[in-house]
Design a protein around this ligand. Structure first.
Ligand code: DP6
Length: 394
């Protein structure tokens, strides 16, 4: 008996121009375009195995080993139904194609980073789900076409269908057919861009992106200005900066847009706070780092939580890690996949005004993850499958 199974991994992406607000909550159509950098799957990824089998009772999904329910009409079910529909079209064209669209699927997905790391896993997770079913069904679809489906799982997921520098064009069609991701530049265009994720302790449960952004749409006057005036110009300017590999311009826009996203969160009624004291101290340290250097050498950005992501050219990573270790001491040595020889005692760069922030206790930053711009979804071989021969998670 033939086994119909594929395994795919997909990357995390972190936005420079933030998506925040939906004009259609069911189709997940945004109120503004956005742009992100795809991070390297060698360090952070979601892996998904999908299998179609006529003997399965119904569609089932396991996330990190735990079964999740697939509710009819929910985000997971929307993606699966949509991909089965595309498979049925393939079968209608080719009578020899096995009727996989009629078989139930089992799907197992795993993130290689702990949920406790506070990184959004919905983007890489939905991208891996869509890419794995698309590979299983041998769909003749482009990453942009698949991004339309991933978008309906989680908006930011559409950008994880590409590597490198990715725009999500908001589109205008009511059915969402033109609200999709496009590649601005592949990672090979600017491989020098590295990312340092600062995992900031967060005890309280924050407001989810989905409910937070809806409240912003309903109550923030500043969001209307952002959507109409600010983002369109920034999208053009940051694409141009990427194409010219102009790091200072890229970094300035990235920091401005993170700041404005947190300003519209604060402008929401009741207000939403995602940054904490540690997040704000990291902003102060990076701002002073750029001032002391007399050039913009690093950019911070924050999503819907207190973790910082710092983008910088590779040559600056060691200096920035040592600077951050001065303020945010660690109990463990800095784990570096690139073999940087970091002074774990920390070090201030020349001319740096130490007083911009106080030193925090150990573990105020739980850890650092050093990665870089990466590629799009990868098809993996059978040895990496997450479903065993019985079709259940291994
Ligand atoms: C702050 O994609 O998680 O990370 O579409 O409701 O699933 P849903 O929201 P989600 O929102 C991400 C918001 C953000 C900014 C961004 O990634 O662009």
């Amino acid at each position: 008996m033939a086994v119909y199974q594929t395994t795919v991994s997909a990357p995390v992406n972190i936005a420079c121009i933030k998506y925040w607000g939906k004009r259609d909550t069911k189709l997940i159509l945004p109120t503004n375009s956005s742009l992100s950098v795809t991070l390297d799957q060698d360090h952070l990824r979601s892996t998904t195995t999908s299998r179609a089998d006529p003997s399965f009772d119904k569609d089932r999904l396991w996330l990190n080993g735990k079964e999740e329910s697939i509710e009819a009409g929910g985000r997971l079910s929307t993606c699966i139904v949509e991909l089965k529909r595309l498979r049925a079209a393939v079968e209608a064209q080719n009578s020899a194609a096995p009727k996989l669209s009629t078989f139930p699927v089992y799907i197992a997905s795993r993130n290689n980073f702990p949920t406790a790391a506070g990184l959004a896993s919905s983007a890489s997770g939905f991208a891996a789900l869509v890419a794995s079913l698309a590979a299983l069904y041998e769909l003749p679809a482009t990453p942009s076409q698949l991004s339309v489906i991933a978008r309906q799982g989680s908006g930011s997921a559409c950008r994880s269908l590409f590597g490198g520098f990715v725009a999500w064009e908001m589109g205008s069609a009511p059915d969402g057919s033109d609200s999709l991701a496009i590649e601005v530049a592949p990672r090979e265009h600017w491989p020098d861009i590295h990312a340092l994720i600062c995992v900031v302790s967060d005890d309280k449960k924050g407001t989810s992106s989905t409910s937070g952004m809806q409240r912003t749409v309903e109550t923030s006057a500043l969001l209307q200005h952002r959507i109409a005036q600010v983002v369109p110009a920034r999208m053009d300017a940051i694409k141009d900066a990427i194409l010219r590999r102009d790091f200072p311009a890229f970094a300035r826009i990235t920091m401005q847009d993170s700041n404005q996203f947190h300003a519209v969160a604060l402008d929401t009624d009741p207000p939403i706070f995602y940054l904490n004291d540690v997040s704000r101290a990291i902003i102060a340290v990076i701002t002073e780092y750029n001032r002391a250097a007399g050039a913009i050498k690093a950019a911070y950005t924050y999503d819907a939580g207190p973790n910082a992501v710092i983008y910088t050219p590779k040559e600056n990573v060691k200096e920035i890690v040592e600077l951050l270790l001065r303020y945010f001491p660690q109990s463990q040595p800095f784990p570096d996949p690139f073999g940087l020889d970091v002074n774990n005692e920390g070090k201030l760069p020349a001319g740096f005004n130490e007083k911009v922030a106080k030193a925090f206790p150990v573990a105020s930053v739980k850890g650092f993850i050093h990665t870089r711009v990466g590629d799009g979804p990868r098809k993996l071989d059978a040895s990496e499958a997450l479903l065993g021969s019985d079709g259940l998670p291994t």
